[in-house]
Write a new protein. Structure first.
Length: 275
């Protein structure tokens, strides 16, 4: 089982930074000369289908990984809570302007998958993957297991939420520039309201607090698994900011690009220092 999952992990590591680009523009390079406007053409639609597969494959990997380290009940509960809570926040935020600092609308043409109440179904699944990766990374950094056996460790939960929010400093400007969603009242950070990032703290905090109260104690023995497999989701999280920095620089999003490089570098240094 571990070897099969590590193979999936290897596919994700390789395909996320390179395969989408190759399908979209026909070559793999660090920088390309292209416009920031998305054209709905055959290559774009094919590339977006590939991205959908990547998101779903990652979610499947995290569910199986979580079932081995948390137990199936816990990971299933975490998935359900994340999907429901994030979807509710997205619906409230997009319709009322609360939560994320303003009203916004997803562009159905530039966002693959089915739409529920104006929200693509891939968005809650992406929330699940991002938060699970951050939990795994924070577990390695702090050596604090989650779900907690006794009282809530606020440092762990807040740290995990901050890691999630820092990733959005890179992802959100890129998504807005790609016209995946539009803000009715653009903010000062590449068109994004500053309060959006408080929303990105609120969502994971809410999910983690709810999950902690509904989870079961973890009694699974995991000593037989390799350290690479144990922290594979955290490793994926380390690479995400720097992977996203490349298209940021291509589109002139300089600050998010540097944030991506700096945060990945800091995470890598932390991992090495803890090894």
């Amino acid at each position: 089982m571990e070897k099969i999952l590590l193979f999936i992990f290897f596919i994700l590591i390789v395909s996320i930074p390179f395969l989408y680009r190759f399908v979209r523009i026909g070559r793999i390079g660090w920088f390309v000369n292209t416009t920031s406007n998305l054209t709905i053409d055959k290559n774009y639609n094919t590339a977006e289908k590939l991205r959908t597969i990547q998101v779903l494959l990652g979610a499947i990997f995290f569910v199986i990984h979580g079932s081995l380290f948390w137990g199936f009940f816990n990971i299933a509960t975490f998935l359900i809570i994340t999907v429901i809570v994030s979807l509710l926040f997205e619906i409230i935020g997009s319709k009322t302007g609360y939560v994320f600092g303003g009203k916004y609308h997803y562009n159905n043409d530039n966002t693959p998958g089915y739409i529920i109440f104006g929200i693509p179904v891939l968005i809650p699944i992406a929330w699940f993957g991002i938060i699970y990766m951050c939990i795994n990374f924070c577990y390695y950094v702090t050596n604090i297991s989650f779900p907690f056996e006794n009282s809530i460790n606020y440092f762990f939960i807040i740290s995990t939420a901050i890691f999630v929010m820092l990733l959005d400093l890179v992802l959100d400007p890129l998504a807005v520039d790609e016209k995946r969603w539009n803000w009715e009242s653009p903010g000062i950070y590449y068109g994004i309201p500053i309060l959006n990032f408080f929303g990105w703290l609120l969502v994971p905090l809410s999910i983690l607090f709810i999950f902690q109260h509904l989870s079961h104690p973890v009694i699974i023995m995991v000593s037989s698994y390799s350290i690479l497999f144990k922290y594979a989701p955290g490793i994926l999280f380390i690479f995400l900011p720097i992977v996203a920095s490349r298209p940021c620089f291509e589109r002139g999003l300089v600050i998010p690009g540097y944030i991506g490089i700096i945060t990945s570098f800091i995470y890598f240094v932390i991992v090495i220092s803890r090894y």
